[in-house]
Write a protein that binds this ligand. Structure first.
Ligand code: NAP
Ligand code: FE
Length: 369
């Protein structure tokens, strides 16, 4: 067996890490751009902490606080236009996966002025980016330790990219910032992390070290997600969720996500269901198909839940299926067309033809009516 492991991010983890270790930012330059969402980072203390560190170090900064959920080409065009002449040295992404992914994409566009926005997916067309610093405030995407950035194109398609140099340089992972997450966002982001760990475990690219980390992430999520949902102020549960989602991020940085993630994308874009929850809807159904080719791996991934049935009961209990949406047969056809060609299939066990994909969309759609 041959495998590799690459994780070039300096991570600072724990309560108060920014104040304690922020001085490393000094080496990144004289002018920073903070990118963040419109409101949560102002309430959970993360934005003030980042600003405080930059001020203390005498680093000039601008704040772009218009990153919406599921960042789009349009948002990127706007921000690039605003900052292209500002001589930004590095970008700090503060928030959930959306601002962190946005930071990565914008840093590529600012470092490569000739690159057109849709070309961010063509990773062979560029070789540099501005350094990115990640400050996560959700415990879900793991973007603080991945090379990936997921951006929605002009047609509403979510697509990810990532290559060996698109990892953040530094990540400050402080669970304190997640204490303000409401129950629904805690659930959705926690299920995203669970999906990363499970999908990374069963991916064709997984390896023994990946599976070791994934097992720990899955165990921690099962033991702590419901506490974090019911007792939002429980620091220990929040800390364990943050650690688990980071581990799950390291997992997908190595082995990628499977077709299960591709299943969820249109449900987020066109039906407004948050990424993690959308991903969780399909998990059991997609694992069943993967098990036809890789039973042992699937059993290993879900062993904490006893079985696939146990995983299903868990997902139901935390509320993944508590949503009503109407998905039309035409939508199912269109989505199946796209998902059955998703790049994720390269790392996904099982046979993934159009009819298999359509069958899964139909079964899940019928559960949500
Ligand atoms: P998000 O889209 O970043 O944020 C979702 C919502 O949560 C926003 O309304 C945000 O408010 C709010 N929020 C964030 N932190 C909060 C806090 N501490 N307290 C209260 N509310 C908070 O959510 P996400 O699930 O973290 O990220 C999802 C995105 O990441 C998707 O685009 C997904 O495709 C992508 N993703 C990336 C990777 C990767 O490896 N790069 C992996 C999986 C998913 P504000 O807008 O006010 O901040
Ligand atoms: Fe995800």
């Amino acid at each position: 067996m041959m495998w590799s492991f690459y994780e070039p991010v300096k991570v600072f983890f724990g309560k108060g890490v920014l104040a304690e270790n922020g001085e490393v930012l000094k080496e990144l330059g004289k002018k920073a751009l903070i990118v963040t969402g419109s409101s949560s980072s102002k309430k959970n203390g993360s934005l003030a902490d980042v600003e405080g560190v930059l001020k203390k170090l005498g680093i000039e900064f601008a704040v772009y606080d218009r990153v919406g959920e599921n960042p789009s080409f349009e948002m990127l065009r706007q921000a690039r236009q605003m900052y292209k002449d500002e001589k930004i040295d590095f970008i700090v992404g503060v928030g959930g996966g959306s601002p962190m992914d946005f930071a990565k994409a914008l840093s590529i566009l600012l470092a490569n002025p000739e690159l057109r926005v849709p070309e961010i997916y063509d990773v062979e067309k560029y070789f540099k980016m501005l350094p990115v610093v990640a400050v996560p405030t959700t415990s879900g995407t793991g973007s603080e330790v991945t090379q990936y950035s997921v951006i929605t194109d002009d047609d509403g398609n979510k697509r990810g990219f990532g290559t060996s140099f698109t990892f953040p340089t530094y990540s400050f992972v402080d669970p304190t910032y997640t204490l303000t997450m409401p129950k629904s966002i805690t659930m959705s982001t926690g299920i995203d992390a669970l999906s990363h760990a499970i999908e990374g475990y069963v991916s064709k690219k997984s390896n023994p070290l990946v599976r070791l980390l994934a097992r720990e992430a899955i165990r921690l999520i099962k033991e702590n997600l419901e506490t974090a949902m019911e007792k939002p102020e429980d620091f220990e549960a929040r800390e364990k969720m943050m650690y688990a989602s980071m581990l799950a991020g390291i997992v997908i940085a190595q082995s990628g996500t499977t077709i299960n993630h591709a299943f969820g994308y249109p449900v987020t874009t066109f039906k407004g269901i948050r990424h993690g929850q959308a991903t969780g809807l399909f998990l059991v159904e997609t694992l069943k198909v993967m098990a036809q080719e890789a039973l042992e791996k699937v059993e290993g991934a879900v062993s904490v839940f006893g079985s696939l049935e146990g995983l299903k009961e868990y997902l139901e209990r935390v509320g993944v299926f508590d949503v009503k949406v109407d998905i039309t047969p035409q939508e199912i056809e269109k989505w199946s067309e796209r998902t059955s060609k998703a790049r994720h299939i390269n790392v996904t066990h099982g046979k993934w033809d159009y009819d298999t994909v359509k069958g899964i969309y139909e079964r899940v759609a019928s559960m949500l009516r």
